[in-house]
Write a protein that binds this ligand. Structure first.
Ligand SMILES: NC(=O)c1ccc[n+]([C@@H]2O[C@H](COP(=O)([O-])OP(=O)(O)OC[C@H]3O[C@@H](n4cnc5c(N)ncnc54)[C@H](O)[C@@H]3O)[C@@H](O)[C@H]2O)c1
Length: 261
């Protein structure tokens, strides 16, 4: 039987494009109602026109790293529902590229604020709604950079390791409320973000973008990019009733990444 998310209510941070939107589409196609916020007006306008929506997609423009704006997002959600089934803490930026002695503290702080502290804002507000639901699923999007060192990307790696620490801790704290918490670690995903990462790394190392692209591919033992759909599929499984005894896990979806450097 195909996996169903019928009547589930799901919140996704930064879900108007990239992995978040791909995940939202998969959840919508399986019968869920999805609440998406994003900082980008254009992306929000675009997804509102998608045929899958049928009154089951709610969008809100906000900066996920601004506590007040996140609380306003939740106030809007609460006008539609008191309970939710799942939260996907998806927001995350690549942060700066460079040797640690060349990076500046503003970029470091900004990366941690968006990639870690925003998850705290969302999770804190989502927990009472998950408790009202008598359980649910929180998925924190980390990265293979959250389980390995990542040369030239120290703030990003630090932020993604922090997400794993949050996941392990939240899973212990929330287990008694039947709230499961897992981290998903995407590998290198073909898309706009990786285009930017490849461009910055090629510029920094003074080599071609093709060289960097091939180098990224060779980091996974199956020599392949990961797709946004791969991540959406694992998220929908972790929200579904089929995964009801999976919690506290760190799940790489990365084609078996053997190095990230
Ligand atoms: N793309 C990859 O290769 C990759 C690999 C590993 C992990 N990840 C992680 O997956 C998650 C999603 O990545 P992605 O590639 O889809 O991202 P992305 O760069 O494509 O951005 C997705 C969305 O985030 C929104 N956004 C950015 N900052 C925001 C903010 N402060 N508030 C609200 N919205 C904001 C953007 O407007 C965009 O619509 C991130 O946590 C990222 O670190 C991505």
């Amino acid at each position: 039987m195909p996996l169903s998310l019928q009547n589930k209510k799901i919140i996704i941070s930064a879900g108007a494009s990239g992995i978040g939107w791909e995940t939202a589409k998969i959840c919508l196609s399986k019968g869920a109602t999805v609440f998406v916020c994003d900082i980008d007006t254009k992306s929000i306008k675009k997804i509102k026109k998608h045929p899958l929506i049928k009154k089951k997609l709610f969008t809100y423009e906000c900066d996920a790293s601004d506590e007040y704006e996140v609380s306003e997002f939740f106030n809007q959600i609460k006008k539609k529902t008191k309970k939710i089934d799942a939260l996907i803490n998806n927001v995350g930026v690549a942060g700066p590229t460079g040797n640690i002695e060349k990076l500046n503290s503003d970029d470091w702080e900004q990366t941690l604020k968006i990639n870690v502290i925003s998850h705290f804002y969302f999770t804190k507000l989502a927990i009472p709604m998950l408790k009202k639901n008598k359980g649910g699923s929180i998925i924190n999007i980390s990265s293979t950079a959250g389980i390995m060192g990542f040369a030239l990307r120290s703030p990003y790696a630090a932020s993604k390791w922090a997400v794993i620490g949050m996941t392990k801790t939240m899973a212990i704290e929330l287990g008694k409320f039947k709230i499961r918490v897992n981290a998903v670690c995407p590998g290198t995903i073909k898309g706009n973000r990786m285009k930017r990462v490849i461009r910055d790394k090629a510029k920094f190392l003074k080599v071609s973008k093709k060289f960097i692209e091939n180098d990224f591919l060779s980091m996974s033992s199956i020599n392949s990019w990961v797709s946004q759909t791969d991540i959406g599929n694992i998220c929908s499984f972790l929200i579904s009733n089929e995964s009801e005894r999976i919690s506290g896990q760190v799940i790489p979806v990365d084609g078996n990444t053997i190095r990230v450097d």
